[in-house]
Design a protein around this ligand. Sequence first.
Ligand SMILES: NC(=O)N[C@@H](CC(=O)O)C(=O)O
Ligand SMILES: [Zn+2]
Ligand SMILES: [Zn+2]
Length: 433
Amino acid sequence: MTVLIKGARVLGGEPADLLLADGRVAEVGQRLDAAGATVVDAGGLVALPGLVDLHTHLREPGREDAETVETGSRAAALGGFTAVHAMANTDPVADTAGVVEQVWRLGRKAGLVDVVPVGAVTVGLRGERLAELGAMADSAARVRVFSDDGHCVADPALMRRALEYVKAFDGVVAQHAEEPRLTAGAQMNEGDRSARLGLAGWPAAAEEAVIARDVLLAQHVGARLHVCHVSTAGSVEILRWAKSRGVQVTAEVTPHHLLLTEACAESYDPVFKVNPPLRTDEDVLALRQGLADGTIDAVATDHAPHAVEDKESEWASARPGMLGLEQALAVVVQALVEPGLLDWAGVADRMSVRPAAIGRLSGLGDRAHGRPLAAGEPANLLLLDPAARSVVDPAALASRSRNSPYAGRELPGRVVATFLRGEATVLDGKAVR
Ligand SMILES: NC(=O)N[C@@H](CC(=O)O)C(=O)O
Ligand SMILES: [Zn+2]
Ligand SMILES: [Zn+2]
């Protein structure tokens, strides 16, 4: 299949044509021509490298009523993603080569994005003993990111051993930083508002204490650490300090922590219940600043679909988590591009280049992600209409779940097309399959 994209602004630059052939970008230039090619008019559209999510919950195996690899892949493609890392907190847990290979195969079958399985750090996410990290790394799924996400690897000795172990295959431990002794029963950010609303507080210190501990451990053993869903200004400060000391630490922030605050909890609508919780205005500003200056490396969605019965109950009994894949880019445009904190090259860096590098997807040849939009590179890209604005309708989402915190909100930017290795997965804003 040959595709000729006419007049796209690559990374927001001057309009150019892109010729995609045999899964690669064959040529980027002016007034390109190709007999028999499918022509896509991209006038006014921005071309970005296909987005890479380091943190997606696809819920298969185990909760196919909330999401499947296929429905989550479709949501991802519609959001402009060409690769997603599938978190390990499934049922059964992805803690063996068998389970990660199953998820990987389901991703190939769906064929809409590259589904890259994350392996659990500990058996059953129980935090007691290490899972078969080496077997998962050597499996067909080629796991490089390991996480007990949903749970913190709270035992410092176990965390140290995990960090040491993954060095052997250039892996990274992605920590859900939450000191469980400080968050028992926690419902929302701890502060004046949680006291007034009568909801148990989740203090910033529960996150920051684990990040501080883990950057010291990572430095001590010379291993790679990645911090999931950073949510506080204090966490950004600790990361800045650690990076200045040469610690091999990377971090991600979610779209919702870049846009929403604890004020959402005033509604008592559990769609806003999430782990870590939505924080304060000051935290949101620090997270935006940290992402803009590169202290935070990546935006990762933490797309967390939940079935209606798990979400539409009273606040305290609802599951934490919210959808993210389909609106991630729109939120970044609103929170960072429109205020002038990030340009399009910056968006490409934080949503494609760096997450791909952290997941070790940049050097995979034909199957690489996070590469520049240049001749010879794999043709993974999206076309965005930055001028379009639309109101989010949860009923219209491709996800099998409906727990979007952006329902009824107007957001900028529309993903018009997504290409995975030169094949359209989204065209005219609609999934091709
Ligand atoms: N973020 C959430 O609130 N929930 C996630 C788990 C997690 O990311 O910690 C989930 O699996 O539902
Ligand atoms: Zn988590
Ligand atoms: Zn998560």
